[in-house]
Design a protein around this ligand. Sequence first.
Ligand SMILES: NC(=O)c1ccc[n+]([C@@H]2O[C@H](COP(=O)([O-])OP(=O)(O)OC[C@H]3O[C@@H](n4cnc5c(N)ncnc54)[C@H](O)[C@@H]3O)[C@@H](O)[C@H]2O)c1
Length: 481
Amino acid sequence: MNILYIGSGFVGACSAAVSADSGHQTLVYDVDKRKIELLSSGDRDTIQSCLFEEGLGDLIIRNHDKIRFTTDYNQVVDFLTDCDAVFMCLPTPEIGETGESDLSFYFSAAEKLSHSLLKRNNSDQKQYIVIVNKSTVPVDMVDKTQEIMEKAGVKNFGVVSNPEFLVEGKAIQGSLHPDRVVVGAWQEKDFQIMRQIYQRFVNAANIQYVEVNPKEAAAGKLLANFTLFNKLAICFDVIGRTCETFSDLSFENLRKILITDPRIGSWGLYDSLYAGGSCFIKDARSLAHQLQTAGQNATLVNETYLANRRQLELFLGRAEKEVLRPAQDKTKFDWTGKTVALLGLAFKQGTNDTRNSPSIDIVNFLLEKQVGEIRCYDPAAMEWFEKIFQEPKQIKYCKSEAECLSRRIPPLTPLRGGNSEPDVVIIATDWPQFRGVGDLLLKLKNRPLVMDGRRILQHQYDDLIKNGFIVIAVGSPLKKL
Ligand SMILES: NC(=O)c1ccc[n+]([C@@H]2O[C@H](COP(=O)([O-])OP(=O)(O)OC[C@H]3O[C@@H](n4cnc5c(N)ncnc54)[C@H](O)[C@@H]3O)[C@@H](O)[C@H]2O)c1
């Protein structure tokens, strides 16, 4: 089949690559020239410098004869002549802090598409086409898409909702072997086309191929994300908080007790400083907004969002609240002038995505507290984070976690702390390599305050404390000798 993808972000690029791998001819259109250049480079590392997803580069290169990337809309218009489906993979961020989804990217792409669809097959529009929504959108989006097409005079089309359930960091693996494929359509004709597109999944073992109506599909995506987000909030704000509050409770032991009940399950029962990323927060906000607009109560949805925010604020506030300076002057910890090593900038391991990364809020918090220097490192997300924070002179980008912790980081800076070991080390992302940070810490002369936002050093907490470190970890009370 011939399939057009509009939007070549995590969802568009990964879905198109999997589609090409399934034997379809795909064209991917995006307005972002740089992204399209990188994705069309034919070089694995260059592709993945743009979208850091394991396997994406190889899949695109392997299927180079079935996937094209373009910013040239004339190519889109040509492709539409014989196109079976258009997948809309556009961003749907929150408008400010309103909860409402910003559908302007979607509408602008859909309107442009509608005018081109009118012209297909020398304007007689004989080729039937489905417009498939992959973005996460409000429940009634199918009606709006239909309206845009009808208003322009588009004929011979169907509108389908096919929400994306990929998990960033495992997008390719997840798209090649999904748990489920959800297709929402009103007509059998559209289901048939989607079954052809997803032939490899329709009767596959271990994959649920779910056919529902388009509103159920859109609502199902929002509710699935809310359920997962709520589970994380329970872990952070109830289970983790209980372990932080009472002595002699190990988070890992309590986790064991909980996950042995299959009704509870293990997903999400890892304590963390924040659930970031582009989806959970905005989708919960959108769900709450839609419920409230319809006159319903959305307290639990809103509280889930607030619990996540609270988690980060409480974590960052713990140094001032809980740490006293040793010895005689029992004054509180003060961030002013401190050198801070911030390990991890992506919102989670396995991705270079910094959207809603806790590290953005952490850097803003540290700048407000007037720290002397912030040394940042992430194995994948440095370039993207640098785009967010180019200005502040306090921020230094290091080449490794070891460099962040070392005494002299090049180039030497006149700022206080520029040639000293850090005073505080914050671990914000669960990159597996950060499990080794404990060994680096033990070699330091200084004894920086360790703030473990992922419990990634929990195998070494005892060792660190014995060696004079103070450790603040999510899911534990303050630890010190
Ligand atoms: N990232 C995820 O893990 C994930 C998972 C499931 C669902 N989703 C949903 O899928 C949608 C897309 O998410 P994403 O992460 O791929 O977003 P993204 O920001 O990574 O990519 C969106 C792309 O659309 C492009 N774009 C914007 N306006 C355009 C236009 N008019 N024409 C063509 N291209 C345009 C942007 O340049 C960008 O490359 C969102 O609704 C998101 O909520 C995302």
